[in-house]
Design a protein. Structure first.
Length: 196
């Protein structure tokens, strides 16, 4: 559906707009296929990247990170866990709802020549919930622990990249997921700072 959305013309738009959207859709598919199918996939890199990607399924990685204050005996650890885990969980639900609206099939479903490197999720492709939850997790955790920001930023970018590299998402899925997560995460911080 996302490709149809990108390529369909709407009443009153200029003739060049559908052509531009169609080109962007083809570029997205081509770049994604290059990253997932033509770039080298050495085992020493693909195996640990796959493991990292799988730990973030359903937000589990972020729940584990949220539990760190409790594990080290920090005060108010339960409240800190909820502060991080709740928006990540809510983001997963929101992203799944958006996925169901667009119904985009995953790259390996549309192109059997590019098989997924990890078990294929049952949900749709657009947008990437790993990316959206990653951005929300990054913003929530780094608000409590600013020194963690650089490491978490690298982690989120690596997670988003892994989804394309492992052929379970298109590049646009990851980019839009990051943008969605940034909007939701900043909105959550605004609410948390002003009303919680």
């Amino acid at each position: 559906m996302i490709t149809m959305l990108l390529t369909s013309a709407t009443t009153g738009t200029s003739p060049s707009r559908p052509k531009l959207l169609s080109r962007l859709a083809r570029l997205d598919v081509a770049v994604s296929a290059t990253i997932s199918g033509r770039w080298p996939h050495p085992r020493w890199f693909t195996v640990p990247l796959s493991g990292l990607s799988l730990t973030a399924n359903y937000g589990l990685l972020w729940f584990a990170i949220a539990a760190v204050p409790w594990l080290v005996g920090e005060r108010n650890s339960a409240a800190r866990f909820i502060y991080i885990a709740a928006p990540v969980f809510a983001t997963e639900i929101i992203t799944v709802l958006i996925k169901n609206v667009f119904g985009r099939r995953r790259p390996s479903q549309k192109n059997p020549d590019t098989p997924a490197q990890i078990p294929l999720p049952r949900s749709h492709s657009f947008p990437s919930s790993h990316a959206s939850m990653g951005m929300v997790g990054l913003l929530a955790v780094s608000h409590l622990y600013p020194a963690w920001l650089p490491a978490l930023a690298v982690l989120v970018l690596l997670l988003a990249f892994s989804r394309v590299y492992l052929a379970v998402h298109y590049l646009s899925d990851a980019i839009v997921g990051l943008a969605l997560g940034a909007v939701l995460g900043l909105g959550y911080l605004y609410v948390a700072l002003h009303w919680l």
